[in-house]
Ligand binder design. Structure first.
Ligand SMILES: [Zn+2]
Length: 146
């Protein structure tokens, strides 16, 4: 729940930034003052400067959304910290016996994210595996020693 709430919060912040940026673009590139354009409400696709500005705005918005999704994908599902310590596993030369993967872990032991590096048969979604509580395991080991 916390994971998805964080994504929604980032999307709302991006929407606010994009709204402000859109106002800035309209302010910087005002519609032309000719009679023909006054009759139309939006000069998009008829005025080259305005259309080019809207195209740049759309590229910026798409890039911002892509960065948000990429950042969210590499976060811990429990504590929302960035996943660290990428470890490459598998082999590029022996794809049948375990293709190449990159594993990221949460530094606080909440889980592991496995991302396939080789995607021949279509896109594979990253595999998140939550870990058991490491303190429980350590306490149980200590109790068995007594
Ligand atoms: Zn974590």
């Amino acid at each position: 729940m916390k994971y998805w709430s964080y994504l929604i919060a980032k999307l709302l912040a991006a929407a606010a930034v994009l709204w402000g940026f859109r106002k800035l673009v309209v302010w910087l590139v005002p519609p032309p003052k000719s009679v023909k354009y006054i009759q139309m409400k939006d000069p998009f696709a008829t005025d080259l400067g305005y259309t080019f500005a809207v195209m740049l705005y759309c590229l910026f918005a798409a890039g911002l959304l892509w960065l948000i999704v990429l950042d969210q994908r590499y976060r811990c599902r429990t504590c929302l910290r960035r996943l660290r310590m990428p470890v490459h596993t598998g082999s590029w030369t022996h794809v049948l016996f375990g293709g190449p993967q990159t594993e990221y872990i949460c530094l606080y032991g909440h889980g592991t994210l496995k991302v396939d590096d080789l995607q021949i048969t279509g896109r594979h979604e990253p595999d998140w595996e939550p870990h058991e509580d490491i303190w429980k395991e350590l306490y149980s080991l200590e109790e068995t020693k007594k």
